[in-house]
Design a protein around this ligand. Structure first.
Ligand SMILES: Cc1ncc(C[n+]2csc(CCOP(=O)(O)OP(=O)(O)O)c2C)c(N)n1
Length: 326
């Protein structure tokens, strides 16, 4: 996959193209699991591409985005180049963080992108970026991504208390895929909805179908404009389906097979977006197939290049752990 082109006003075709490349990117990650090139719990967002593609447009490099353990697609949507990102996931020396961060901890200071494997931690970190923008007198915003289970952490609520009181330029994006590992969110949360409950903190809120990238994009753009204009925090809750287990290796026995089959049949964001495009222009099928083939070819070549890269030298394993005398 070549790096994501990030237009400021993407068309639906641009977003479809981004989703296709995101799916191929994560399929390339999948290949490294059985071969043991990728260690640890690999969390993929296959099925959730419409949300990440909906982020493309209103952000630039000054704006911070802080993601989660399921972070690859947010990195691509923030403009992190695909090659060093995949190399990092494959633990190679030319990866984004020299192979030290791996799939859960990619950092790109140039694009103001970071991630945390600590559930809920994206919010206070993003609030720090938002506060820094306030102190610096810029109109940058900070985006925190969290899953639905992350909204039940203290960090989520404490951050929204302060962000609301201080009217911080903070946007919270909740990817509600219905599960925290194996636990359905509605078994551990009172009815009413994540978005509705967040409005109590003085947040502008929106709840959208996260399998429809245009809905996500419209809500996200409005949230960013609200925060950038100095009106305080905004939250977008996007519901979606996680097509794979919580991590690669998860037996996923807690979901009924009918539920998974229904999600795959009805809630695939790529299928939904393609259907929208072909309704608008029935003659575009061939061009879409060609674009998909090209993305697959480019991703295969990217994976070949990454696999040819060397691993970090084991002698450097302690680097970045202890401070080094200069
Ligand atoms: C503070 C903390 N508690 C527990 C965990 C273990 N953990 C990793 S992912 C996860 C579930 C996260 O669910 P959600 O926020 O809905 O995100 P999703 O995995 O669905 O994208 C948990 C509990 C953790 N990483 N951090």
């Amino acid at each position: 996959m070549t790096s994501m082109s990030l237009p400021t006003s993407p068309t639906l075709l641009d977003r479809f193209s981004a989703m296709v490349r995101m799916r191929h990117f994560e399929e390339a990650c999948l290949e490294g699991v059985p071969t043991r090139e990728i260690h640890g719990e690999l969390h993929l967002a296959i099925g959730q591409e419409a949300i990440a593609a909906g982020l493309i447009g209103p952000l630039d490099d000054r704006d911070a985005l802080v993601s989660t353990h399921r972070n690859h697609l947010h990195a691509l949507a923030k403009g992190v180049p695909a090659e060093p990102l995949l190399a990092e996931i494959y633990e190679r020396a030319d990866g984004l963080c020299g192979g030290f961060g791996g799939h859960m901890h990619p950092f790109d200071p140039a694009r103001n992108f970071s991630a945390s494997g600590i559930v809920g931690a994206s919010l206070p970190v993003a609030a720090g970026h938002a506060y820094a923008a306030r102190l610096d007198g810029t109109d940058a915003v900070a985006v925190a991504v969290t899953g639905d289970a992350g909204t039940n952490t203290g960090a989520f609520h404490e951050t929204l208390v302060m962000a609301g009181a201080w009217k911080l330029p903070l946007v919270v994006l909740v990817e509600n895929n219905g599960y925290g590992i194996s636990v359905p969110i509605d078994r551990v949360t009172a009815p009413g909805g994540i978005a509705a409950r967040s409005s109590a903190y003085g947040c502008r809120v929106a709840a959208v179908d996260g399998t429809d990238t245009e809905q996500v994009a419209a809500a996200f753009r409005e949230a960013v404009e609200h925060a950038r204009a100095g009106h305080g925090p905004a939250l977008v809750e996007a519901t979606c389906a996680r097509f794979r287990g919580h991590f690669e290796g998860d037996t996923d026995h807690y979901r009924r097979s009918e539920e998974r089959a229904r999600d795959l049949a009805d809630r695939d964001p790529l299928v939904r977006c393609r259907a929208q495009l072909t309704i608008e222009d029935p003659s575009c099928e061939e061009a879409l197939d060609a674009m998909i083939d090209e993305s697959k070819r480019a991703t295969d070549l990217l994976l070949q290049r990454v696999r040819a890269m060397v691993h970090p030298d084991p002698a450097t394993a302690h680097r970045h752990v202890f401070s080094e005398a200069s």
